[in-house]
Design a protein around this ligand. Structure first.
Ligand SMILES: [Zn+2]
Length: 419
């Protein structure tokens, strides 16, 4: 299939990214624009005005998700959507989520300037609270949209000051009338920085994202006996920290045994009483396992239980472990993936298939609409950091792939309906 001779305006896209980065911009060149704050409201109002200027009508649902709609030839059809998020981490960068929404805006402007008419309406979506930094969990509103959470449960989430999500949403004036999830989409595409080092290391410009890996989080408490570091002989100790050290090594080995796709991390540890001359009596630590295949994750979980039990017994301590989060692996839609891959090939961009290591709005939207994602490199894989950086030509390449994938999907769906 040949693709329409259309391209986005790279300078206009880059200027838009840099201009909006001033809303919540930090001295170190990042953005602090936490969800449902006045700064979030400011960028939302800017986004709505920019989309209306590009010929869109805007609706908002009762989770504050914003849908900017450019009409198509047949407005009885569900829209082809482009979505991501404009909220950031407290020390966020200028690109995470933002390039996905602003590339959508650039696509609207490109279609307007060319007078190009799609058959399906096109919508650009700003999903509320992707980051989960102020209100946990992450991807809260795309999660309600995709049926993962109920609206009322989401409304009851509280930030550290005890402010409810629902009240914060009301406060900034973004409770829309449409019930979240009552908004059929023909397809959903998301452009995002990779947030990992693979594309940069391989000199590729486009990641054709085929899915999001499964994630499981555990909490482990190891219990031994506090006692004097000088007067307790080695064979008589019940050292919870020593046992935990062996367990951490076991977590590492379980991930290594399931290489190359598995990762395992102990990122948080607390030892008590945490005193230099006391044998630690209790240790708490977390485990984060990820893999693209849920069956492998299940076997990693079994291996974790076996390793922890064996080590606890050998170390003369007891332990308790619980799984506190299980996010299954997501496989994106084959047709959407194909549209992205074809657009990357036709554009002459070096590309590879890739699985997302991080969660994204698209992971939840995929439950209710054919979905896929496009990754572009970010410097040294750094994100959730003010140093986050992406090359203008990579962002432009991603936006052009997005444009062509959306237009190809529009044609494909129309041809199928005719056949
Ligand atoms: Zn993001």
């Amino acid at each position: 299939m040949s693709l329409p001779n259309l391209a986005i305006d790279p300078a206009r896209l880059w200027d838009t990214i840099m201009d909006t980065a001033k809303i919540g911009g930090t001295a170190k060149g990042g953005i602090k624009r936490l969800t449902l704050t006045e700064l979030d409201a400011e960028v939302r109002r800017w986004f709505i005005a920019a989309c209306e200027e590009a010929g869109c009508t805007v609706t908002i649902d009762d989770m504050g998700n914003i849908f900017a709609r450019r009409p198509g030839r047949d407005n009885s059809l569900p829209p082809i959507a482009i979505g991501s998020h404009l909220d950031t981490q407290p020390t966020g960068g200028k690109y995470d989520g933002i390039i996905g929404v602003l590339s959508g805006l650039e696509l609207l402007r490109t279609l307007r300037d060319a007078g190009y008419e799609t058959t399906h309406p096109i919508e650009v979506i700003d999903w509320t609270n992707e980051e989960g930094s102020r209100f946990a969990p992450a991807m809260l509103s795309s999660g309600v949209f995709g049926g993962q959470f109920t609206r009322d449960w989401a409304y009851a989430r509280e930030d550290r000051d005890g402010v409810r999500f629902g009240d914060a949403l009301t406060e900034i004036g973004f409770v829309g009338e449409e019930p979240c999830g009552q908004h059929p989409l023909a397809a959903h595409f998301e452009l995002h920085i990779e947030q990992g080092p693979i594309l940069e290391a391989e000199d590729r410009v486009i990641g054709v994202v085929t899915g999001v890996q499964g994630m499981r989080w555990y909490e482990v408490t190891v219990t031994g006996n506090d006692s004097h570091a000088g007067s307790t002989p080695m064979p008589l100790r019940h050292d919870a920290l020593l046992a935990a050290a062996r367990m951490i090594e076991a977590v590492h080995q379980i991930a290594i045994r399931n290489a190359p796709d598995a990762v395992g991390t102990v990122g948080l540890i607390e030892a008590r009483p945490n005193s230099r001359n006391v044998i630690p009596g209790e240790v708490f630590f977390t485990v984060d396992f990820r893999h693209p295949d849920d069956a492998v994750l299940a076997s990693m979980e079994q291996a974790l239980h076996a390793a922890l039990s064996g080590i606890a017994e050998a170390s003369a301590v007891t332990h308790a472990v619980s799984c506190i989060w299980n996010s299954p692996a997501v496989r994106f839609d084959a047709e959407c993936i194909g549209a992205v891959r074809h657009a990357a090939e036709q554009g002459g961009f070096p590309h590879r298939d890739i699985i997302s290591g991080a969660g994204h709005d698209s992971a939840y939207v995929a439950a209710v609409a054919p979905t896929s994602m496009i990754f572009v490199p970010c410097a040294r894989g750094i994100s959730h950091n003010e140093l986050e950086s992406a090359e203008p030509e990579h962002v432009a390449a991603g936006a052009n792939v997005l444009l062509q994938a959306v237009l190809a999907m529009d044609s494909t769906l129309v041809e199928r309906a005719r056949a």
